[in-house]
Design a protein around this ligand. Structure first.
Ligand SMILES: NC(=O)c1ccc[n+]([C@@H]2O[C@H](COP(=O)([O-])OP(=O)(O)OC[C@H]3O[C@@H](n4cnc5c(N)ncnc54)[C@H](O)[C@@H]3O)[C@@H](O)[C@H]2O)c1
Length: 270
């Protein structure tokens, strides 16, 4: 095997991708299975996951599991079932965020309210998924990684976990990036550092991937504003993060833990 293939080889590794039905999450599943992994696509929305899996017109090693990351028992059962079915667990990617009750967030909801009137219910709902969900998934993974004598965690944050949202790009649409998202995405970064430093001696690595915005039928005005503030001059396609996830999951990054890999077209560089 060529050195470069060995470096990024994930043959037979069992990797859970939580939020794997999402835009970025599903492209993670595609590339990880391509690198040889047995991927467990775990998501609240199995209908969406099945639709995407059907479109993926090639044989693959992706198995669907229902998961609610806010529910301790659901998280526990996922790990038990995967361990039972596949014998070991090597990796965990936490790639979910609060989406509201529908597939697309209700733009009339108070999710987008400004800080001074931000409702506690919205704060709690977002924190439950983004931060508590990431905590529960990481907590549950540790004994399985110890048993496997190796484990790799990638927690997905965001540009807005690193810097504040730039409110000038949203115009008068009523849509923005709220305080709950920024705060929880920042929390994920230090949660990951905590895991990295406290579990390095168990051969568990934990890193953050901070993506920038992905094209997703946003208004032309928003896209124009976003691109103007991005040195590479465009928003991302989900595939733009595939190299990063293979790197972070594979032996290619074996000396890397507690780090935050920012892949944002340069947004945070100026
Ligand atoms: N798409 C972007 O522009 C962008 C930019 C920066 C960061 N991110 C981050 O990247 C990650 C992936 O984003 P995406 O674009 O794939 O998001 P997405 O909205 O397309 O998908 C999110 C997935 O999370 C799942 N989910 C929501 N609540 C859940 C729960 N309680 N339990 C289990 N699954 C649940 C949803 O069903 C959905 O499949 C997220 O952490 C997001 O914050 C995305």
């Amino acid at each position: 095997m060529k050195m470069v293939s060995r470096l990024f080889n994930l043959e037979g590794k069992v990797i859970i991708v939580a939020g794997g039905a999402g835009q970025i999450g599903f492209s993670f599943c595609e590339i990880l299975t391509d690198a040889g992994a047995q991927v467990i696509l775990a998501d609240l929305d199995l209908e969406l996951a099945s639709e995407k899996l059907q479109i993926l017109n090639k044989s693959n090693n992706i198995t669907l599991f229902k998961l609610d990351v806010t529910d301790e028992l659901s998280v526990k059962h996922l790990f038990e079932k995967v361990r039972h079915q596949y014998g070991s667990i090597y990796g965990l990617v936490n790639s979910f965020h609060y989406k509201g009750n529908s597939r697309r967030l209700d733009t009339t909801s108070n999710f987008f309210a400004p800080l001074e009137s931000y409702p506690m219910e919205a704060w709690d709902a977002v924190s439950d998924v983004n931060l508590k969900g990431t905590f529960l998934m990481c907590r549950e993974s540790v004994p399985y990684f110890r048993e496997n004598k190796e484990g790799v965690i990638v927690n997905v944050s965001s540009t807005y976990g690193n810097v504040s949202p730039n409110k000038s790009i949203y115009g008068e649409t009523g849509i923005n990036s709220p305080v709950s998202y920024a705060a929880t995405k920042a929390g994920i970064i230090n949660l990951t550092r905590y895991i990295a430093t406290h579990y390095a001696s168990d051969n568990i690595r934990a890193n953050v991937l901070s993506p920038g915005g992905v094209y997703n039928q946003q208004s032309p005005g928003f896209i124009e504003n976003y691109c103007r503030l991005t040195p590479l001059g465009r928003m991302a396609e989900p595939e733009d993060y595939q190299g990063a996830i293979v790197y972070l999951m594979s032996p290619g990054s074996k000396y890397m833990t507690g780090a935050n890999l920012v892949v944002d077209g340069g947004w945070t560089a100026w």
